[in-house]
Ligand binder design. Sequence first.
Ligand code: CA
Length: 257
Amino acid sequence: MEVENCNICDTLEPFRQFFTRKKPMVPMLEKILIIEDEPSIADNILYALSTEGFEARWCASGTEGMAVLAADGISLVILDVGLPDINGFELARAIRKISMVPIIFVTARSSEIDRVVGLEIGGDDYVVKPFSPRELTARVRAVLRRTSGKLPEAHDVRPVSSPFLVDEVRYIVSFMNLPLELSRYEFRLLRVLVQNPGRVFTRTQLMEKAWDEPDMSLERTVDTHIKTIRRKLQAITAGEEWIVTHRGIGYSLKERP
Ligand code: CA
């Protein structure tokens, strides 16, 4: 975690506004829900998020958190693993039944978090207590950037002729009006391609756009996922190849003539 070990950054932080390049781009009024039973920690997170331009809400229990999540337009959930009424992992499972909202786990012990368990449940990232509020907001920003689908080079308007439709809210890509059964990374990969038809992406670029920790995964993983996406598309339109392989470069989505 580069942020944590960056002493010089901490020293310079109060003066950042005087030499900073640009204020970080934060989408307007992204609502962040904090589910955390320790008021002092929640306070710190609330303060950090509000100074970074987010709108933050705090709930001290899982039950309360679920109610807010169901009612409000929440963009991301910061979820404490140790809650008084429910285990955070259990709550995440419950959340996943109704929503694909990004989740960042907050945990007291790093051993508590197993990346595999986190991925299975559908968490997007985690921080270990004690953490700096700055580290957390950086992670919030990164997760939102990754999951928002608002890639800078993406087309704003989907071509009318495209057989693909991305439902950002439900994390579903439909092809020929049929929802595809995709894993998380298949969804993220296909979304990148669909939003940029014809554009060739290298495996590295795809990794960076679709993976949580791109440099920790093998680029071959991209090939594996592309293969399964192709199989799923082939099941709908046999014989037609929608994802084009560019030898030695990467992949692109075929543009309709
Ligand atoms: Ca707790």
